[in-house]
Write a protein that binds this ligand. Structure first.
Ligand code: NAD
Ligand code: 89V
Length: 356
């Protein structure tokens, strides 16, 4: 691949701007942009460059590209990913990959058959504080518990109005991030129990969810999501993490403070006599195009897109490959199923290659 790979960005809406800024920082040549709303594609091209298109098939027939970046909503992902694969192009696609497992598996299959790389833009695990928490957690020995907390009163509907009318909301939109984080820190999910609710009267789908996870490792996890939390301070979109292992705990708290409590002795020892406490701040570095409160997410966009380029250059599978992301989506859909039926839902064991 060239030093300045040529890419096409499909979807020129709210979030695509972050992709475009990151591609620019990473030296990618944004050769073409596409939106079914031709005016949006033109305006986007004026800001970020590239030839504007309103039809992806025309774009792919006209341009010489190294990969395609899909930043449209989930309903359009399957057709766009399959089209890119048919053109023999590696493809990176925004979360949530799909609104059902059949579509997600079809995309993974299409890319596998076409022999093209496929990554889901599942970016929360690429946040600077999440990487710091992960590195710290590797000092804890075997982890037996984890909690991922995303609770906010934020008016997310102002920038993302579709979230008001989507049939399914918080587990699909943010739950993919949180359940992917659970897998990132704790490993594969074996079973799920869940409760969902609605606090905001104008939201169609669920805006709260509490998920209990049984882990393949034998441990457990809790994922909490709420857009109905009238907290003293709004931390949006910060996601808080607590991890418990045989040698200590890691906490990612407000304002990206990571606290590591460690008992360095081998094995498990009761009591706090010999623990050490370390604190570090893992805030996202400021960039000209990022701003609070979304800066931690914008920073993760740069990090995940850098990872994609590294993987393409080195011919290795991305961390959040399409195949890997099936594990996250299986947990998300199992949570809906568990909440609807009021039961525990067991997941099929993940194939070994999916963890690569
Ligand atoms: P948006 O509605 O603002 O933009 C989507 C754009 O895609 C629209 O302009 C629409 O016209 C265009 N589009 C739809 N179908 C198309 C097609 N077939 N071909 C070309 N263009 C098409 O939505 P958004 O808020 O930018 O969200 C886009 C995606 O990004 C969603 O999947 C969302 O979940 C995800 N997202 C991710 C994050 C994150 O942190 N990872 C944050 C926000 C949004
Ligand atoms: O990730 C998302 O899709 C967004 C937000 C960052 C606001 O949670 O909805």
């Amino acid at each position: 691949m060239a030093d300045s790979p040529r890419a096409a960005l499909i979807g020129c809406g709210f979030f695509a701007r972050n992709h475009a800024h990151a591609w620019r920082d990473l030296g990618v040549d944004l050769a073409a942009v596409c939106d079914t709303d031709a005016g949006k594609a033109r305006a986007f091209a004026e800001t970020f460059g590239g030839t504007p298109y309103s039809d992806v098939e025309t774009l792919l027939r006209s341009e010489r590209l190294d990969f395609v970046d899909v930043a449209t909503g989930a309903a359009s992902h399957r057709a766009l990913v399959e089209t890119a694969a048919r053109h023999g192009l590696p493809v990176i696609c925004q979360k949530p990959l799909a609104l059902n497992l059949e579509d997600a598996r079809a995309m993974v299959g299409a890319c596998r058959e076409a022999g093209v790389a496929f990554m889901v833009h599942e970016n929360f695990r690429w946040q600077t504080p999440m990487r710091a928490a992960k590195a710290a957690s590797e000092r804890l020995g075997r982890l037996h518990f984890g909690r991922i907390v995303y609770r906010t009163p934020y008016d997310v509907y102002r920038d993302q109005p579709y979230l008001l009318t989507d049939e399914r909301f918080v587990l699909t939109d943010v739950g993919v991030h949180a359940l992917d984080l659970a897998r990132f820190f704790l490993g594969e999910v074996a079973w799920v129990a869940a409760h969902t609710g609605r606090v905001h009267p104008r939201v169609r789908g669920e805006d709260t969810a509490t998920v209990l996870l049984g882990l393949a490792s034998g441990g457990s996890g809790v994922v909490e999501l709420s857009y109905g939390a009238k907290t003293e301070r709004d931390l949006f979109p910060q996601t808080l993490v607590y991890l418990e292992g045989e040698r200590g705990t890691v906490t990612l708290g407000a304002d990206y403070e990571v606290t590591v409590v460690l008992d360095e002795r081998e094995g498990f020892h009761s009591g706090l006599e010999q623990v050490s406490v370390e604190r570090l701040r893992a805030a996202p570095p400021p960039r000209p195009w990022t701003a609070p409160p979304l800066d931690v997410v914008q920073d993760s966009v740069l990090n995940i897109q850098r990872h994609w380029l590294d993987c393409l250059r080195e011919g290795r599978a991305p961390e959040t490959s399409g195949e890997d992301n099936l594990g996250t989506l299986e947990a998300v859909f199992a949570a809906y199923d568990a909440a609807e039926r009021g039961t525990v839902v067991h997941l099929a064991p993940r194939p070994e290659e999916a963890r690569a």
